[in-house]
Design a protein around this ligand. Structure first.
Ligand code: GLA
Length: 476
């Protein structure tokens, strides 16, 4: 989790941008919710390229004190420093790339105190076309980073090419699986060219840009189970707060990225954040899905795109149900309505929700009662969020966060909070689905509902070390 400058600033990077942002991350409490990596994307180099010793050089007008001073400052603030290069002769914005310079460049990154490398794939000199060719090209940097002895998280960015979902986890901590996201919920665009529902599409050779939230969801659906703890499919940086989507759309985008275990990189200008954006990305009950110790993504158990689903103007109206197991035995469920009309009654049976444990209702889970928790129920109020943003000093902000009793993952990890049943991570109980039953909820157009199902013990059983009588059961 962290922040990356690309979506909001593109090539307009500088020391002052990074350091003014890092101050905001700390004082808004975002670092303490887990947003730790401050990532400098493309365009940080001198246009003249490498120096006479073959080393990469930061542009002094943008970084007058060099890069080590930035990482030192970030480390003092309890943050981490991420940087960017490409496994090509040039980066995507045509600065010097690291292909065939991996050892030199890994040494530079380590000497600057870098903690994460986003490693792109532009200008690859034709070294693409089979999984093995791409694997070897990226592995060279993975090995070079290891050789420096510094612990550097590696984020591959080859947009799903050459079946990265089958090999990325051997050499990297995350791997981009689509072309670049843009700030739209459903709008298709020719520049994001591949058929999202056909993962093996042989013509998907240019994953491109302008990929909508819905496109990325459809593209990840068949490979969502490939993310494992330590190496996750990267659905690209967040667009929350950029202005192109509605509040409900941003909530759905954020919650699905969290539930699918995508890295969460804020992509907006956090120095000019609205209260509504802030209160989306600071929701600890949603973040606890992202940081759940089980570390596996939800998978899609249902997609309806037939004539019954209201289409929007682009003809992409559809609904999804995503579900997945969580470390403590709870089940996360997301109802997504990407259609043009509000749905009063979206539904999914327990049999379908628990398909992963046995199809056709054979999962034992279907025979239990489940309490339903709404994970957006305790979103920070607009007034509290606006008050924190408007506070004049970092001290005032800290006091307001304390008053709001906001979750602090630096003090208590999500794993511990979940183990202790910290109510801030569980939203609010809104109902019960009985054994063999159906989860139902209204879902507005272009919105998602996000639930945690918690098993209700049966009378007479011993559950979580407690023997269950009527009183105990009623407490659950
Ligand atoms: C590619 C990547 C983006 C960004 C740009 C920078 O398009 O996919 O995320 O890093 O390059 O040029």
């Amino acid at each position: 989790m962290g922040w990356n400058n690309w979506n909001a600033f593109g090539c307009d990077v500088s020391e002052s941008l990074l350091l003014s942002t890092s101050e905001q991350l700390v004082s808004l409490g975002l670092r303490d919710l887990g947003y730790q990596y401050v990532v400098l994307d493309d365009c940080w180099q001198k246009e003249s390229g490498r120096d006479q010793h073959g080393k990469l050089q930061p542009e002094p007008k943008k970084f007058p004190n060099g890069l080590k001073s930035i990482s030192d400052r970030l480390h003092e603030q309890g943050l981490k420093f991420g940087m960017y290069s490409s496994a090509g002769e040039m980066t995507c914005a045509r600065y010097a790339g690291s292909l065939d310079h991996e050892i030199d460049d890994a040494e530079s990154f380590a000497s600057w105190g870098v903690d994460m490398l986003k490693y792109d794939s532009c200008y690859h000199m034709g070294r693409i076309g089979t999984p093995l060719i791409s694997f070897n090209r990226f592995k060279t940097m993975s090995d070079a980073l290891q050789k420096t002895g510094r612990n550097v998280l590696l984020n591959l960015c080859n947009w799903g090419e050459d079946f990265v979902h089958t090999w990325g986890m051997s050499i990297a901590n995350s791997w981009r699986m689509s072309g670049d996201i843009y700030d739209s919920f459903t709008r298709p665009d020719d520049l994001c060219g591949c058929d999202p529902t056909v993962i093996s599409d042989p013509f998907c050779i240019a994953p491109g840009t302008h990929c909508s939230v819905l496109f990325i969801l459809n593209k990840i659906a068949p490979i969502a189970d490939r993310s494992i703890p330590g190496s996750f499919a990267d659905m690209d940086m967040l667009e929350v707060g950029q202005g192109g989507m509605t509040d409900e759309e941003y909530k759905a985008h954020f919650a699905l990225w969290a539930a699918l275990k995508s890295p969460l990189f804020l992509g907006n200008d956090v120095r000019a954040m609205s209260a509504s954006s802030y209160s989306i990305v600071n929701n600890p009950a949603i973040l606890a899905l992202s940081q759940d110790p089980h570390g596996r993504a939800l998978t899609r158990v249902r997609r309806d795109a037939g004539p019954d689903v209201a289409k929007d103007q682009w003809g992409v109206g559809e609904t999804h149900v995503w579900s997945g197991y969580l470390d403590n035995g709870d089940e996360a469920v997301v109802f997504l309505n990407a259609g043009a009309a509000d749905l009063d009654d979206m539904s999914c049976s327990l049999a379908e929700i628990f398909t992963a444990f046995g199809p056709g209702g054979s999962a034992p889970h279907v025979q239990h009662d489940w309490a339903v928790y709404d994970l957006w129920a305790h979103r920070m109020s607009e007034a509290t969020a606006a008050g924190i943003i408007a506070a004049a000093t970092a001290e005032e902000r800290a006091a307001l966060l304390k008053k709001a009793d906001w979750f602090n993952a630096t003090e208590t990890s999500y794993a511990e909070g979940l183990r202790n049943g910290d109510p801030r991570l569980f939203g609010e109980k809104i109902g019960v689905v009985e054994a063999g039953g159906v989860l139902r909820a209204p879902v507005k157009s272009h919105a998602a509902r996000v639930f945690r199902l918690r098993r209700i013990a049966k009378y007479g059983e011993t559950f979580k070390g407690k023997s269950i009588d009527r009183v105990a059961r009623d407490e659950l």
